[in-house]
Design a protein around this ligand. Sequence first.
Ligand SMILES: Cc1cc2nc3c(=O)[nH]c(=O)nc-3n(C[C@H](O)[C@H](O)[C@H](O)COP(=O)(O)OP(=O)(O)OC[C@H]3O[C@@H](n4cnc5c(N)ncnc54)[C@H](O)[C@@H]3O)c2cc1C
Length: 434
Amino acid sequence: MSDPIFAEDFRAEPWWWHAAPRPEETPAPLPAETDVAVVGSGYTGLSCALTLARGGRDVAVLEADTPGFGASSRNAGFVGKVCKHGLGELVDTLGEAKAVAVYRELGAAWDYVAELVEHEQIACYFTRCGRFVATATAKQYEALARDLELKERLLGEPFEMVPHAEQRREIGSQRFRGGAIMPSLGSIHPGLYHLGLLERARNAGVGIFGSTRVTGIRRERGVFEVHTARGAVRARDVVIATNGYTGRATPWHYRRIVPFRGFMVATETLSTEQLERALPGHRTYHDYVNNIDFLRRAPDEPRILFGGLTGTMTDDLALMGRRLHARLVATFPELEGVRLSRAWSGYCAGTLDLWPHLGVEDGIHYAMGYCYAGLPMGTWLGHKVAARILERNDGHTLFAERPFPARFPFRGGSWPVPLAMAWYNFQDRLSMRE
Ligand SMILES: Cc1cc2nc3c(=O)[nH]c(=O)nc-3n(C[C@H](O)[C@H](O)[C@H](O)COP(=O)(O)OP(=O)(O)OC[C@H]3O[C@@H](n4cnc5c(N)ncnc54)[C@H](O)[C@@H]3O)c2cc1C
């Protein structure tokens, strides 16, 4: 790249692939049959496969690209306890008991990841670093305080408001007017976490088949025939774990998922002083709007990872690199001359009701629709699908209770994304007004 904002080592691929390179391997021949065929090899598919294999099932994971090619090796590694519906909104719409139950399950998903990483000894920089949510106006600051007070009262989640005058201990940016620390949230190296799950699944006996795009699924006399670009596999059960990469091969799911893109960049290596001035709090960070900018330190090298402009409809990573660089510099003017070493994107899955969904349609299991928060939820719901297939008594989840909506005129694809983002951006501009 000749543009001065790109470093010599610039690559249009996730920073995470540096420590967790994509497994390059010739896929083994497909088995003629298996107990369970899992479509997709991200957190959902692997977590499901691991629990199934430990439960005694023969499992084949079928992946269109290299294992983990999807969002699971491309995300920001924020480990939160969130969904698109705020706790206050759920208290108003579902009542306090149900709202608390939903948020308790988000907490259970977080704990599940923490226990899995510890129990499986996955070296992936998992830490309870806490999150700093930054506000741009007094109005946002007050609204954030109200949100967090409710969470503390109903869920016991601690928080600390940080006024503008003290914000420098958390973030060295004058773009913000104070914020709040949520100390119980975490971060992870998403690529190493994925690789750890992949190894554990393989060691448990799961067959992982890359370059194996599923093209269709047929059911005959109670057995599924899963057709792929490399032949067919017969399976007693099938799990669809394709989230934002869901395609027409599974048309029922395709009509229910709105894929949208997330974008991130990684800076070149920074000096300790630069990093300490910008992100002294060592936390994960985002602003208090719908269409967030999100940032953190890379856990393995002195770099800042910065994401935003979610939902932009472009493949042009050089353009998105420039736009994110401009936002990084607007946040930290002293990083003006700092160049980028990476820019990348990945697909997330929105749903028409903004809820994640787990269920069974026409005998086929699925878990998807995490709306940008699938690191804990994908791991958790993948495990839940497996528990259901194993007919264990721990398969219950509130995210299986609602019907998975499809609504006319949506028939699949990303076309509603610009409309949704325009609405979010409009709301964000309103919330910026003092
Ligand atoms: C830039 C970015 C930042 C994000 N940040 C965060 C974050 O900080 N915290 C968080 O919780 N979440 C975050 N997310 C969301 C999170 O990464 C996803 O929700 C999660 O990884 C979904 O996991 P998954 O296993 O369900 O799907 P994926 O990891 O996307 O895997 C789906 C897989 O299915 C495969 N596939 C699709 N169709 C077929 C087919 N027909 N046959 C075979 N294989 C197929 C794809 O190739 C893909 O590998 C972010 C996402 C992005 C893109």
